[in-house]
Design a protein around this ligand. Structure first.
Ligand SMILES: [Zn+2]
Ligand SMILES: [Zn+2]
Ligand SMILES: [Zn+2]
Length: 148
């Protein structure tokens, strides 16, 4: 945790931004909820428990700033809610998401099976692919059990 905070602090400094106590509290919440795919409101409610005087606008601005600096990336799972997660350290490949349309649970697939598809696309369209996004929408195993 401390190493990651330190790294983000340096990234901010290199763009002449400071790691204020409020920003730091927010980043800690994001790290603690790493796989939570938090929206700004989710993050606000969590960070407010630790820093009661933080405002939603500060949370929004900080999330925007961290996204612009490529520390975070924005996700949209089709519900018109912007969610945030850390960019992976390797940054080369981002994991894929399974989103349950019933309960909203998000699972992650870390393996990448899209290599052959990328190759085909690159050939067919003469297009250099840098990254891709993949979201599967459907019904998760728990919801399936409840429905039976
Ligand atoms: Zn579900
Ligand atoms: Zn994710
Ligand atoms: Zn992939």
């Amino acid at each position: 945790m401390e190493k990651r905070i330190e790294k983000i602090k340096q990234q901010l400094h290199s763009y002449n931004f400071k790691l204020t106590p409020q920003r730091e509290a927010l980043i800690r919440v994001l790290i603690e909820n790493e796989e939570g795919h938090l929206s700004a409101e989710d993050a606000f409610l969590l960070v407010k428990k630790k820093v009661p005087d933080i405002g939603l606008a500060t949370v929004y601005r900080t999330l925007e700033l961290l996204s612009e600096l490529n520390i975070l990336q924005k996700l949209n799972f089709g519900d018109n809610v912007t969610r945030y997660e850390f960019r992976s350290e390797q940054a080369e490949h981002h994991h894929h998401h399974l989103v349950c349309i019933n309960c909203g649970k998000v699972e992650e697939i870390n393996e990448d099976w899209l290599g052959p598809i990328e190759e085909r696309v690159e050939k067919q369209f003469d297009f250099d692919i840098l990254d891709h996004r993949l979201i599967f929408n459907g019904i998760c195993s728990e919801c399936k059990k409840k429905r039976q």
